[in-house]
Structures are given as C-alpha cells and as structure tokens.
Design a protein around this ligand. Structure first.
Ligand SMILES: O=C(O)CCC(=O)C(=O)O
Length: 292
C-alpha cells in the first residue's frame, strides 16, 4: 500500500507522526526512563561499571537497561511494533522482515543546563556500509514533557538531504562528537532548509540514516526533555551477517514470529554469539498488563 508518510520520509529523509504511543505505555516507559537515567546522570563516565551501555557524556542509556536483563521485554520496541509507525518502517524498508539494532537504541535526557550534551549535526548511518541493504530508520519518541521546542530542548532537521553519508568534520565544535559530527561544509550547503521541530508527547519523528539532524538547546529552554530512539533495518543476509560479526544484539521481526536476545551479557559482548529466543507475543496490548 502506498503511504503519504513513506513518500514524505523518502523525500525529506524525516517525517513527524502524531500519537504513536498510548498513554499507559508512555507513562510507564517515562517512569522507568527517568529512574534509570537518574541512577547514573550525576556520575562521571569512569564511575559507570564496565559492561553497562551508558554514556554520561550524552546522558543516554541503551534500551535494554529499561528492563531487568533477565527478562528482556523491550517495552518501547513493542509499543512501536504495535503502533501506526510500524507500516511506515516496513513500507520504507520494503519488507516485513525487520531487525532492531539494540546497542544504538536508547533513552536519553537533554537538560537545558547542559549544553555540552547537545549533539551537533550528524547522520545516524555513519557506522554502516554505504549500500542500500543497510538503509536504516530511526523512530524517535518524545516521552516528557508535554511538548518539546517551546520550553524544552528539541531537534533540528534538514529536509531533502542527499542520500549519501557526509564526511566527518575535521574540527568538531564539541570534541565529544568527533566521531559523528557531519562536515560543516556539507551542512552549510543545505543550510537554508534547517527546520526546528515542535514535537508533542507520544509523537514520533521517523528519520533515515541520511537525515542530518542535531539537538537544539536554546537559552529560553527551562525544562529537561526525555526521549527514546530506536533503530530499524531490513533483516536481510547482509545486515544479519554484519551484526553477527559485530556481536550486536538485535531483535528480529518476521511476519509470524519475533526473536529477541535470550540474554545480554554486555561485559562478554564480542566474545560469543548472542542467543536468541522467540518472544511470546500475546494479543495486542495485553503484554503491557503483565509488564506494568
Ligand atoms: O535527542 C536528540 O536531541 C538527538 C537524537 C539523535 O541524534 C538521534 O536519535 O539520532
């Protein structure tokens, strides 16, 4: 089925989709996210136990930390799977076999008092081979507050960017992001199109690996913003092999079954293949009850 949202995503490299997560899921995910980020946010990176996928520099934590590692239920990913954004993902990637890349799916807090955590312009596909098989879509969800843009930090995008990965900026504005900041010259060439987003709680911004985007913390912002970002690729022989070689835990969605990592031993990551299990997928919405 042809979809206007998919067409827009192809054209602009990003699209806003309203009302993606329902209130109950949103409330619970936000509660867990706040508590998890609160545990680490005041620490220094050196204090974070080894093997925990947490970046103090960016105030972000890998998605699996939302759950007890013994019972990986992936509530944010499930909520997306059951939402109106799913057909946008499958439509854009042209397949119903989808893979979610867990290590770069995260929750994050951006506080107006910490301009150092603002990511400069970057594209998310810089760590992937430049080939159509590795196209990627991110689903970014606003968890809290009710809106970002007016009073809370937001994001800026450049619509209609070319489908290529820009080189890295040789003089990054913040050395923390020297491995991700897109070259200023490439951004400047598209400068006139910069668009600052106003995003409602529960809305998603869906964007491709080529969409240049950055965090915006403005002087008038006075409210911290909590968000989640989840990355999806087509599940095909190339992506499966790449992430197997990298020992990256993935979640796999096929038309009739869902596979998730059976456990994630982050400390041992890179040493062994990650075991998978079929995820029980009860009727729409009912998993939330057991998880709440
Ligand atoms: O949340 C932000 O401000 C930046 C997020 C981002 O760059 C991403 O999800 O790729």
């Amino acid at each position: 089925m042809r979809s206007a949202l998919v067409d827009l995503l192809r054209h602009d490299q990003y699209v806003q989709v309203p009302d993606v997560i329902d209130r109950a899921a949103l409330t619970e995910i936000t509660k867990r996210t706040r508590s998890m980020l609160g545990r680490y946010a005041s620490r220094h990176q050196a204090d974070i136990p080894p093997g925990i996928p947490y970046s103090v520099a960016q105030r972000m934590a890998c998605m699996t930390m939302i759950d007890d590692p013994d019972d990986l239920q992936f509530p944010v990913i499930r909520a997306i799977r059951e939402s109106r954004v799913w057909p946008v993902i499958t439509g854009y990637l042209k397949t119903r076999s989808i893979l979610c890349l867990i290590p770069i799916s995260s929750v994050r807090v951006v506080a107006p008092t910490e301009p150092g955590v603002a990511l400069p312009f970057h594209q998310d596909g810089f760590g992937l081979p430049e080939d159509a098989a590795y196209d990627m879509v991110s689903v970014w969800l606003l968890l809290d507050p009710a809106m970002c843009g007016p009073a809370a930090p937001t994001m800026e995008f450049i619509p209609g960017a070319p489908r290529r990965t820009f080189p890295l900026e040789p003089n990054p504005s913040n050395p923390l992001f020297k491995y991700s900041q897109a070259a200023n010259a490439d951004i400047a060439a598209l400068d006139g199109r910069r668009t600052m987003l106003t995003i409602k709680q529960g809305d998603a911004v869906v964007f491709t690996r080529y969409a240049p985007h950055r965090t915006v913390i403005a002087p008038h912002h006075d409210t911290p913003r909590y968000s989640a970002e989840v990355r999806f690729l087509a599940s095909n022989p190339q992506t499966v092999e790449l992430f197997r070689q990298r020992d990256n835990p993935v979640m796999m969605f096929e038309p009739r079954r869902t596979l998730a990592p059976a456990s994630i031993d982050w400390a041992a990551s890179g040493k062994s293949a990650i075991p998978m299990r079929a995820l029980p997928w009860p009727k729409r919405g009912s998993w939330l009850n057991s998880w709440l």
